[in-house]
Design a protein around this ligand. Structure first.
Ligand code: NCD
Length: 318
């Protein structure tokens, strides 16, 4: 996220707005079997997905974004590759790149931020940029672009906002990146709502252009402009006792329909998804149908936002 200035972020969001219109017309063209059903901007460009953590939205929307732009994406599973036969990461990346000069971008997700950093380093030798699709609990910058795009569309501005980040901010990469994204704009305040074991470390906020407040009381979020919910990131705990203790604590910040109905009018609810299903859900299903639940539209914006980013990274001057 630190690679994104305010100007560049605004430029990417403008690009996404432009592509949003294309997405609708391309979709209709496909349905009616009419041409063109894809744009020509990244024709003959291949992207490589290297995801070793699971993904629904990031992977699918990058794939569709590339397809809409006229390019293609190949899926490369690090876990089932010859990495398991002790091939080095450098040889692996070099090998994939050797197969085709049309490979011009990598999109990487891994639980280990070092792996993402190293892939970036090796691909840079071939002048191939790497997009971080999520590096462990650290960052998820493309989700933040989607989040900012959604906020702008719903509320008309990206500054002078009160954004409540609720749930497990300590371990949510989307929360870490969102803090950086919001700090690019002036007048923003974040209210971090989490039980003690899951609260954002104060050091993460140091030096950021953000006012902040920390609390364990979910009611503090009901007054905000945006309530940004995160699920409990249980996979980030190696100690089972700590995991169970944190899971119990997490329940105190889950939403209920009643809480949402008592919130400030105009509050929007966002969530990067996945939302946990069942009795431990942080957003019970009944909330999905309320008009201020925006997480479905938020996820849908992933395609135009990622189209804008791919265009910028592969053809920045066009
Ligand atoms: C998130 C992720 O993978 O970081 N989802 C996403 O990409 N939209 C959120 C999560 O896993 O909680």
């Amino acid at each position: 996220m630190r690679d994104l200035s305010r100007e560049l972020t605004e430029q990417l969001l403008r690009g996404a707005e432009k592509f949003q219109k294309h997405c609708t017309s391309l979709d209709i063209a496909r349905k009616e079997r009419r041409r063109p059903w894809r744009l020509d901007i990244l024709r003959e460009i291949t992207g490589v997905h290297m995801f070793s953590e699971h993904s629904t939205r990031t992977k699918t929307s990058f794939q569709l974004a590339m397809e809409n732009l006229g390019g293609s994406i190949i899926n490369f599973e690090l876990a089932t590759s010859s990495r398991s036969k002790k091939e080095s990461l450098r040889h692996t990346i070099e090998q994939v790149l050797d197969y085709s000069s049309t490979i011009r971008i990598f999109i990487v997700r891994d639980s280990d931020e070092e792996v993402v950093r190293k892939i970036g380093e090796f691909a840079a030798f071939a002048n191939v940029p790497v997009i971080n699709g999520g590096d462990g609990p650290r960052e998820h910058p493309t989700q933040t672009l989607v989040d900012l795009y959604t906020i702008k569309r719903e509320l008309g501005r990206l500054g002078d906002l009160n954004v409540a980040i609720v749930g497990d901010p300590a371990h949510s990469r989307t929360a870490h990146s969102l803090l950086l994204g919001l700090s690019l704009f002036d007048g923003n305040k974040v209210t971090l709502v989490a039980p003690p074991m899951l609260q954002m470390p104060e050091a993460e906020l140091k030096g950021l252009n953000l006012e902040h407040e920390m609390t364990a009381d979910i009611r503090a979020a009901l007054d905000a402009d945006v309530l940004y919910m995160n699920r409990f990131q249980e996979e980030r705990f190696s100690n089972p006792e700590a995991r169970e203790e944190a899971r119990l604590q997490f329940r105190s910040v889950s939403l209920t329909e009643e809480l949402v109905r008592s919130a400030r009018k105009g509050l929007i609810i966002m969530h990067p998804r996945p939302i946990t299903e069942g009795p431990e859900s942080e957003i019970p299903e009944a909330i999905d149908w309320l008009p201020n639940a925006k997480y479905r539209a938020q996820a849908k914006a992933g395609v135009p936002v990622r189209m804008s980013l791919l265009e910028y990274m592969i053809r920045p001057t066009e």
